[in-house]
Design a protein around this ligand. Structure first.
Ligand code: GDG
Length: 491
């Protein structure tokens, strides 16, 4: 079996793949170890042009090579901070109102994709399969094809794929989807995302969609499929139990003085519905005086993308809302919302989930939402908490034992909290078992292995007439926009 080449905007460090960080990094690393391979992408560093061009930096861990490159300031601003996170991320999360479009950022996005492809080509072998991840890399396969690469190339989109009416707000939408069609297999989180893509293909690209997710468009044939990302539930359960008596849990318990605990954990992002969540919690305190002083919401929200202006605004909004609600309902010995703007160790999060009576996960739009799955997995089967989950999280389709809410309906969310706070243990157990069965049936290993099985089954492209055969040998040594060897063009 050929090697696996994973490409993602950020590459996990070898330590992160050892379980301390958990989640996706561990799952993907498992597949890399099986076949040997390369994990390629951005190191997270902004560097000089000379250093960027000198990359990639290689780090070996058994049969797996971690290959990383730095980005120049201009590349970072245009590709990452600009088009990826100020255009694609908001539009794909249905927030056109927060999106901007700048031609030079889009050009930078394509330029960096071409440059990354050019860097990767030198590491490829003929029978490698390539698996690219997420919205930063929509044109990556096209850039590899331009380098003469004929290997199988797959793509998985971790975030929602928007309906065509939303997507067409991005001026070069057609060029983007055309580029995307250079992949051999596109994986989506949910049926809704796949349908939205098919809808675009049929209505805007004059392409065809055949049974089994087979698509013909822009002169290419490709496959699409739904692969719901999961977690390893039994490992999380074991970790949550192992750390349940640690000092941080004891400290929290003591400070709660018998109050019920609602837990929320999200990257600080406007797609996660944090302001709406705080207001729903306020509704609870307003409508149910018996809960005032008797329930605490702990919101952990580590900042991300802090140099993108929309993220600065959400941070300000949240600080204002938390302050306002706490000002209204705090007592000398009671603070209703504990808002923690920092990152915690994974094992701490899992044990805090286990300690809480409610997991409150209410994104406005979310590809899947792994926190929802982690919350369920971390529960004590004898006395499980209740998951209150947004209907707009991909996870809602699987976690049917949750209380499903609309995050725009603060009274509806408040009612779900009331119900969860007084739910009898037998109902909580029944709901927990339903959710756990779904998690076990479709864990992270199933997601990964099913995707890779399907990618390996895609018919191989014919080699180009000039003899290029998957290593890029014989292929053009120019990046897509004509920049010379190794140069981050126009930088
Ligand atoms: C994207 C899509 C999709 C959070 N805070 C801390 C921390 N986390 C961990 C969580 C969880 C992960 O980060 C977040 O995953 P989510 O799925 O909830 O959300 P995104 O980051 O937006 O992920 C999403 C996902 O990709 C996978 O395909 O589900 O829809 O948006 O694992 O536990 N981890 C630690 N400290 C924190 O403070 N250690």
């Amino acid at each position: 079996m050929g090697r696996l080449i994973v490409v993602s905007n950020r590459v996990a460090t070898p330590t992160e793949t050892k379980g301390s960080a958990g989640g996706l990094a561990v799952g993907v690393f498992g597949a890399l170890k099986d076949t040997g391979g390369v994990w390629f992408g951005w190191s997270g560093d902004v560097v000089s042009e000379t250093v960027a061009n000198a990359g990639p930096t290689l780090e070996q861990d058994g049969a797996v090579t971690f290959a990383t490159v730095g980005l120049t300031r201009k590349d970072y601003d245009q590709y990452y901070r600009g088009f990826s996170n100020a255009t694609l991320w908001p539009v794909f999360h249905y927030r056109n109102d927060l999106a901007r479009y700048e031609r030079d950022e889009y050009a930078g996005y394509r330029r960096v994709n071409a440059w990354l492809a050019h860097k990767l080509v030198k590491l490829l072998q003929p029978d490698d399969i390539i698996w690219a991840h997420d919205y930063h890399l929509l044109p990556f396969a096209e850039a590899l094809r331009a380098e003469g690469v004929t290997n199988r190339i797959g793509f998985f989109l971790h975030i929602p794929f928007p309906s065509p009416q939303i997507l067409i707000n991005i001026p070069p939408h057609e060029e983007l989807v055309k580029s995307l069609c250079c992949y051999d297999l596109i994986g989506f989180q949910t049926d809704t995302d796949q349908l939205a893509f098919h809808d675009y293909i049929e209505r805007h690209a004059r392409g065809t969609v055949k049974p089994g997710g087979n698509v013909e468009a822009f002169g290419r044939k490709l496959r699409t499929g739904v692969y719901r990302i999961g977690v390893f539930p039994d490992e999380i359960a074991e970790q949550a139990k192992r750390y349940e008596s640690r000092q941080h849990v004891m400290d929290l318990k003591q400070s709660l003085e018998g109050r019920k605990l609602i837990m929320s954990v999200d990257r600080l992002d406007y797609s996660k519905g944090l302001v709406e969540r705080f207001r729903a919690f306020e509704q609870l305190l307003e409508r149910s005086p018996e809960w005032r002083g008797n329930v605490t919401l702990v919101q952990i929200a580590p900042p991300t993308r802090a140099d993108v202006s929309t993220y600065q605004h959400i941070r300000q909004d949240l600080e204002y809302e938390a302050g306002r609600i706490n000002g209204r309902y705090s007592g000398l010995d009671y603070t209703p919302i504990r808002y923690l703007n920092q990152r915690y160790d994974r094992w701490k999060l899992m044990s805090l989930f286990r300690e809480s009576q409610i997991g409150f996960v209410t994104p406005l739009h979310d590809g899947m939402n792994l926190v929802a799955k982690e919350y369920v997995a971390a529960q004590n089967p004898d006395d499980p908490g209740v998951l209150v989950l947004s209907m707009f999280a991909g996870a809602a389709a699987e976690l049917t034992g949750s209380l499903i809410v609309n995050p725009h309906d603060s009274v509806g969310m408040c009612e779900a909290l009331q119900r969860a706070l007084s739910m009898p243990v037998d109902e909580r157990q029944r709901r927990y078992e339903m959710n756990m069965a779904a998690l076990r049936k479709n864990d992270l290993g199933v997601w990964r292995d099913t995707y890779l099985r399907d990618l390996r089954a895609v018919p191989l492209m014919k080699a180009a007439p000039n003899g290029a055969h998957g290593t890029g040998a014989g292929a053009s040594r120019k990046t897509q926009d004509g920049a010379p060897d190794d140069a981050p063009a126009a930088s």
